[in-house]
Write a protein that binds this ligand. Structure first.
Ligand code: ATR
Length: 284
């Protein structure tokens, strides 16, 4: 029941019609009788400041932020958490005493899903990240921040991989290197976990694959942050090679669960969030 005690949450972005987050949060709250309401807030860029000013004076305790405002939002925040500052973007805002505090849970969401589903210990692993865009930034910076043994960023445009790698080394642990995405063969033997952050293989171009899967073996864990399709060409081929695989649903659920923890300082109903998402995907 929505009443005067209902705490409000929201997703700020534009457009929002494809987002799973409102349903994932609301259904999980309902199942657990938690008095929270998560609203989609589709905003034009010129109106962000006004919307934030309004929200501060309402019952809102936090927001998620998505495309295209993850960088823009930073102008309006009172404080930014050090990891989000290093990443250079914000996907979660906590509202406390009329102050807006920015966080980024994208990388930590992926890391949590690796820890939970595949018992990964970040400090013991060598990561190969395919792609050097926004998602790669969050993941590389988070893994370095949490003490990854080694990270290699592989990208088609090598200059982007170089500058991201240098930034990770400057701001965090000096554990990062870069290569051309066509030269993966040179580093695959020193890789434990491969993470695809490129859009290759995403619906509708599901035949695309970001790497030569002939290079994989059963010791590799392959994680794709794509969840449409739920098993990309990369994951299908990796599975055939005996690799352990993970799709992007874990990151989606866990970035939301980590945001919930920041907003409420309580554990999120992760299992229910997962179930809601799985049911939604099955229906698609
Ligand atoms: P996101 O914010 O989701 O990470 P992005 O910033 O647009 O998205 O980054 C997309 C990534 O996918 C980039 O690393 C991009 O490579 P380039 O930097 O060379 O553009 C990669 N990518 C997209 N299409 C690709 C393709 N056809 N082949 C190889 N890499 C591709």
């Amino acid at each position: 029941m929505i009443n005067t005690k209902t705490k409000l949450l929201g997703l700020l972005g534009n457009p929002l019609e494809h987002s799973f987050s409102p349903v994932m949060h609301n259904e999980a709250y309902k199942k657990n009788n938690m008095n929270y309401l998560y609203l989609p807030i589709e905003v034009e860029e010129g109106n962000i400041e006004e919307v934030l000013n309004g929200i501060k004076h309402m019952n809102f305790i936090g927001l998620n932020v998505t495309i295209p405002y993850k960088i823009k939002i930073m102008e309006y925040l009172d404080e930014i958490d050090p990891l989000a500052e290093k990443i250079g973007s914000v996907n979660t805002v906590k509202i406390k005493n009329k102050k807006l505090i920015g966080y980024n849970t994208d990388g930590i969401g992926l890391l949590k899903s690796l820890e939970k589903d595949s018992k990964v210990k970040v400090r013991e692993n060598r990561f190969l990240i395919l792609g050097a865009g926004g998602a790669s930034r969050s993941i590389a910076m988070t893994l370095a921040d949490k003490g990854a043994k080694n990270i290699v960023i592989a990208n088609r445009t090598i200059n982007k991989a170089k500058s991201l790698s240098e930034e990770v080394n400057d701001k965090s642990k000096k554990c990062c290197n870069y290569i051309d995405i066509n030269d993966i063969e040179n580093v695959i033997k020193e890789t434990d976990i491969i993470i695809n952050t490129t859009s290759l293989g995403m619906y509708p171009k599901i035949e695309n694959c970001p790497m030569d899967t002939g290079l994989l073996n059963k010791n590799h864990l392959v994680s794709d942050i794509i969840y449409n399709p739920i098993k990309t060409k990369l994951l299908i081929e990796a599975e055939k090679k005996g690799c352990k695989i993970q799709n992007g649903l874990g990151m989606l659920v866990n970035q939301g669960a980590e945001a919930f923890k920041i907003w409420t300082e309580e554990e999120a109903p992760v299992k229910d969030m997962e179930e809601v998402i799985n049911n939604l995907i099955l229906k698609e």
